[in-house]
Design a protein around this ligand. Structure first.
Ligand SMILES: Nc1ncnc2c1ncn2[C@@H]1O[C@H](COP(=O)(O)OP(=O)(O)O)[C@@H](O)[C@H]1O
Ligand SMILES: O=P(O)(O)O[C@H]1O[C@H](CO)[C@@H](O[C@H]2O[C@H](CO)[C@@H](O)[C@H](O)[C@H]2O)[C@H](O)[C@H]1O
Length: 441
């Protein structure tokens, strides 16, 4: 029953692989506060058939004696109890269960609350993003609880990075209010709800649509020009990187080993996306150029930055989700990395946005298609330049930085090919064309 629930959940990372649920463990129970349910903090172990791979997922359950029609879509199955067996629902979808979780902050061991914010413990909860790697529940207009779905023992970088930036007073993140920690598992993160936020990805798409609607104008001439925002994003990222450099350990890494990892990732990606093979030699040449750079500085970074991880508020841009690439093992996500990885992530996003809009438009004659692709490239170039220039504090990118950035951009586009093949196959052409362009000539 749990296996079939997992298989259809967007946040389940094992989609497309044969797996078995090899264990469940209760991490705790929150007593019912009638008419609310009993909440079981459940950990599910998943093993992938024919491999030694194992993963842990958090599936908090709301147990009710009677079926709950309003929660039908979140039914996990029947759960054994002393009596007949309860109806078990994914608790993230249940307001009453989430209210119990919120009220536990500062009350129950493991529900850690940071000072500095008068938390509204009675705010009503509603799931506002169940379609991501994790599930986020909004409490009134006060706070957001992100329940981590795939969990690994040890530090969760989303919590520790937010904590450091909150304590340093960074204006570029939502303030951390607390977290849930049971044994050595960090299960959830409670933070400031950014009430006035607009998603950076949505704003970028709106800007591109504005450009496409004005056949005779250039990107800088349309009302929805995004370059000012791209500039502010560059400033925000530079500031966050500087803060992370001063708060977490820094080091240097041999460029040769980083380049070797990129090549390995390319080999693995080519098995999933065979179309990458024709660009593999050119991509390896990009990585080889980087390998010759000696040692490169590394530090705590975001790790999976793209426009969808940025929110525009009345108080400027905020960066969210410091968990790193969802597919990477935790140990790897905690390692210091090059800040160019984040810059590359944004660079790729500036390429994605115009091409995602172009892909969504109905097919038309070749001249229009050509014109659209020229204008998509123009939008991407303009915003990439604005972002980079602000990131470098209006200075130009040095030759070494350019080589590094190019390698990280290619690496990111290769990663995206695998991500799209697994999650949104119709979008695969976007990063694939990116790899082709980046490695051409
Ligand atoms: N503090 C916040 N306030 C308002 N919205 C937020 C906040 N944090 C994240 N979001 C929104 O929720 C979405 C999911 O958050 P994110 O941290 O990226 O979760 P996931 O790990 O599931 O991808 C983001 O795209 C953003 O739009
Ligand atoms: O937000 P997540 O941490 O789950 O990141 C994953 O999903 C992203 C898509 O939601 C994916 O981003 C890719 O698509 C974006 C448009 O939807 C685009 O802006 C990004 O540039 C592109 O990488 C991300 O790679 C993946 O890790």
């Amino acid at each position: 029953m749990i296996a079939s629930f997992l298989a259809q959940a967007r946040w389940f990372g094992g989609k497309g692989r044969a797996f078995t649920v090899t264990g469940t463990r209760e991490l705790g129970r929150l007593e019912p506060a009638p008419p609310g349910p009993e909440v079981v903090l459940l950990l599910v172990e998943v093993s992938y058939d024919g491999t030694a791979d194992r993963e842990l997922y958090q599936l908090p359950l709301a147990l009710y004696d009677e079926p709950q029609e309003r929660l039908e879509h979140a039914l996990v199955g029947r759960w054994p109890t002393a009596e007949d067996g309860a109806f078990a629902y994914d608790a993230a979808h249940d307001r009453a269960a989430m209210a119990q979780l919120l009220r536990s902050f500062g009350e129950r061991p493991g529900f850690v609350r940071l000072p500095g914010h008068d938390l509204d413990l009675d705010a009503p909860g509603s799931l506002f993003s169940g379609e991501q790697s994790n599930s986020s529940v909004l409490f009134g207009e006060d706070s957001v609880l992100k329940l981590f779905r795939k969990v690994t023992p040890g530090e969760n970088p989303d919590i520790t990075t937010h904590r450091v930036l909150t304590e340093a007073g960074s204006p570029y993140v939502a303030q951390l209010y607390g977290w849930i920690e049971v044994e050595d598992l960090q299960l959830g993160m409670l933070q400031q709800f950014l009430r006035t936020a607009s998603d950076g990805w949505d704003l970028a798409l709106a800007s591109v649509r504005d450009l496409f609607a004005e056949a005779d104008l250039h990107a800088e001439e349309v009302g929805g020009d995004f370059a000012g925002e791209a500039t502010r994003l560059g400033t925000a990222l530079a500031d966050v990187h500087a803060q992370l450099r001063s708060s977490f350990p820094t080091a240097v890494a041999p460029a040769e080993s980083v380049a070797a990892l990129m090549s390995e990732r390319l080999d693995a990606a080519t098995l999933v996306v065979p179309e990458l093979a024709e660009h593999a030699d050119a991509a390896r040449a990009v990585f080889a150029a980087m390998a010759g750079l000696g040692e490169i500085p590394v530090q705590r970074v975001h790790g999976d930055l793209h426009l969808g991880q940025t929110l525009r508020t009345v108080n400027g841009w905020k960066i969210v989700d410091f968990e790193g690439e969802p597919a990477k093992p935790l140990a790897e996500r905690l390692l210091p990395d090059s800040p160019w990885r984040d810059v590359a992530g944004m660079t790729r996003s500036f390429d994605y946005a115009p091409h995602a809009v172009a892909e969504s438009l109905p097919d038309v004659d070749p001249d229009v298609l050509h014109q659209r692709s020229v204008r998509a490239a123009e939008w991407a170039r303009r915003n990439r330049r604005a972002f980079l220039s602000a990131y470098c504090d209006d200075g130009a990118l040095g030759a070494t930085d350019r080589v590094l950035l190019t390698a990280y951009v290619v690496d990111k586009a290769v990663y995206e090919c695998v991500y799209e093949a697994r999650n949104r196959p119709t979008w695969l052409p976007i990063p694939l064309a990116g790899v082709a362009r980046l490695t051409a000539g």
